[in-house]
Design a protein around this ligand. Sequence first.
Ligand SMILES: Nc1ncnc2c1ncn2[C@@H]1O[C@H](COP(=O)(O)OP(=O)(O)OP(=O)(O)O)[C@@H](O)[C@H]1O
Length: 250
Amino acid sequence: MNQCALRLEGLVQAYGTRRVLDQLDLTIQPGEFVALIGPNGSGKTTLLKCLAGIITPQSGTVLVGGVDMTRDAHGAKARLGFAVDPPLLPPLLTGRQCLELFASVRDLPAIPASTLQLADALAFSHWLDREVHSYSLGTRQKLGILLGLIGEPPLIVLDEPMNGLDPLSAFALKQHLVTLTRDHGTAVLLATHALEVAERFISRAVLLIDGRLVRQWDTATLDAIRHDPDASLEQVMVEALAAHGASREA
Ligand SMILES: Nc1ncnc2c1ncn2[C@@H]1O[C@H](COP(=O)(O)OP(=O)(O)OP(=O)(O)O)[C@@H](O)[C@H]1O
């Protein structure tokens, strides 16, 4: 059995004639905290949807914990958590009912204590018994994250999870993710534009341009950037974008 938390090989996805993922390869090991960065429209969300089995790529392989998404989607999805898009939450259920539903899908007898602890850290506890339609955007975002992380799967995939979170909640989430990677060997893949936030706690960054991962910065390089007062991930990414002649989507 393949021990990688995630292995993507030769992923191709196009919308109409536009190729958004172009023979993309990526491997993530247990315990890695990887930031997926790239300009608007570079394909980050499409990539996350492919690896989570929401979109079936036109070609290529997705292995989650060694399980092939095409051959055993149920087994592969059981090994990953994907934060639920806030607009997709059911408006008439309470947060607790949503969590119970997800717990049962994961074959858990009840909402795990770790989820309730994270709810507390995110100041979500007092929303647990209120219906989703009464939530603010940030509160919906928190529930989406709690649902994605329930049961602490070995791979966690997050798309801009800090969007709409207040600073205390964003800090609590970062701490939680760092603890999961460091103490439980959880792998995290985080798509984000918040480079100044990400650079402080990630172990690797990969840059997606025009559907290909064109650059990556490993732990040693990120450490060097952190220790250089004149350097930042933002700056090196801007330079990398210029070097690749990348432009933002019009
Ligand atoms: N369902 C779809 N149908 C057609 N085109 C799509 C669809 N979803 C995404 N696209 C296009 O694919 C490209 C990549 O989109 P994607 O959302 O993956 O980029 P992204 O890197 O996540 O962007 P952002 O940083 O703005 O969130 C964009 O040009 C987008 O317009």
